[in-house]
Design a binder for this molecule. Structure first.
Ligand code: DGY
Length: 322
């Protein structure tokens, strides 16, 4: 019997899988993320951790867990909360959850595309405000998607699923990334690979689908926003620090870009106060993968990873490099 710590509330099915395999499972059963001090105590002696993006897995946490730790299974596809090198140095396997959240996250990215270009946040706020309004030719005019270009930064699973949706809305796809996307995907989407500056110039909407790490810190800053231009929109469902949020506030404020849709923030869960004052940005609380089915699938996959490693098998979905 191994000792497994689940650092936050996850669907019961996943906990059931772990317990059903005969392991001792301790779960942080609260809605609030576990405080760091409590977390350090909770993980002591664990053989496996199931972690959420709100927990930082660093040397301090690895020390607190102790030498028996064998696997950290993040219930997320992104794993910038984990010091992967420190884990590797101690022989701790790190896994994430690709393949189960692409459609839900792409749905949300597309929702943000629509919310920003059609000014739906403003529209909803108007109705809720109780202010008088009536139909008008010029009321809350946005921009249509038909015939426009979507720039996808990172044509992986979520980027591809988002691009598929955008195609159905009549958009043309350009993408950028470290490598060519698979030929069949490129063909299906009619997508063209370009460098980031060209993508920003060509994109009417640019959507970010890349991991966060040193190489992608502030990938989109003042210069990039200037390239995007005054009639274009930025959507970020990836990780907040990929965008220089101070530069974004300035660009939204002075009309350098038309608008933005954000599900993630540079200092999450803090939101830049400048963003809160602006009407041309839609702000969501990191809910990209927040469907019942998807969160269940993510937790189940994390549990399968833990069980595989504890059984001496290879992990199902080990992390790659950022
Ligand atoms: C992820 O999977 O990385 C999300 O951001 C968490 O839902």
């Amino acid at each position: 019997m191994s000792s497994i710590v689940v650092t936050g509330r996850v669907p019961q099915e996943a906990v059931g899988l772990l317990r059903g395999a005969g392991h001792e499972v301790r779960v942080w059963e609260h809605d609030e993320p576990v405080a760091r001090d409590e977390l350090l105590g909770l993980v002591a002696g664990a053989d496996a951790l199931v972690t959420l993006v709100t927990e930082r897995v660093d040397t301090g946490l690895l020390d607190a867990a102790g030498p028996g730790l064998r696997v950290v299974a993040n219930v997320a596809v992104g794993y910038d909360n984990i010091d992967v090198a420190a884990c590797a140095g101690r022989g701790v396997v790190v896994t994430n959850t690709p393949g189960v959240l692409e459609e839900a996250t792409a749905d949300l990215a597309m929702a943000l595309v629509l919310m920003t270009t059609r000014r739906l946040g403003e529209a909803e706020r108007l109705v809720r405000s109780g202010q008088a309004w009536q139909w008008g030719m010029g009321l809350l005019l946005g921009r249509g998607l038909q015939g426009r270009t979507l720039g996808v930064v990172g044509l992986g699973g979520i980027g591809t699923a988002t691009a598929r949706r955008a195609r159905a809305f009549g958009m043309t796809i350009v993408y950028s990334g470290r490598r060519d996307a698979p030929a069949e995907i490129v063909e299906e989407l009619g997508a063209r690979r370009v460098e980031l500056p060209e993508l920003l110039e060509a994109g009417d909407v640019v959507t970010l689908h890349l991991p966060y790490g040193p190489a992608t810190h502030h990938l989109v800053g003042a210069d990039e926003l200037a390239l995007l231009g005054a009639t274009s929109y930025l959507v970020n469902t990836a990780r907040g620090p990929v965008v220089d949020e101070t530069a974004l506030v300035a660009a939204l404020r002075d009309g350098t870009i038309a608008g933005a849709g954000l599900d993630v923030y540079e200092n999450e869960p803090q939101v830049h106060p400048g963003l809160l004052e602006l009407d041309n940005v839609v702000l969501l609380p990191h809910v990209g993968s927040a469907t019942i089915e998807t969160r269940t699938g993510m937790a189940r996959l994390a549990a399968r990873n833990v069980l595989a490693v504890l059984a001496g098998e290879g992990p199902v979905t080990p992390v790659g490099d950022v």
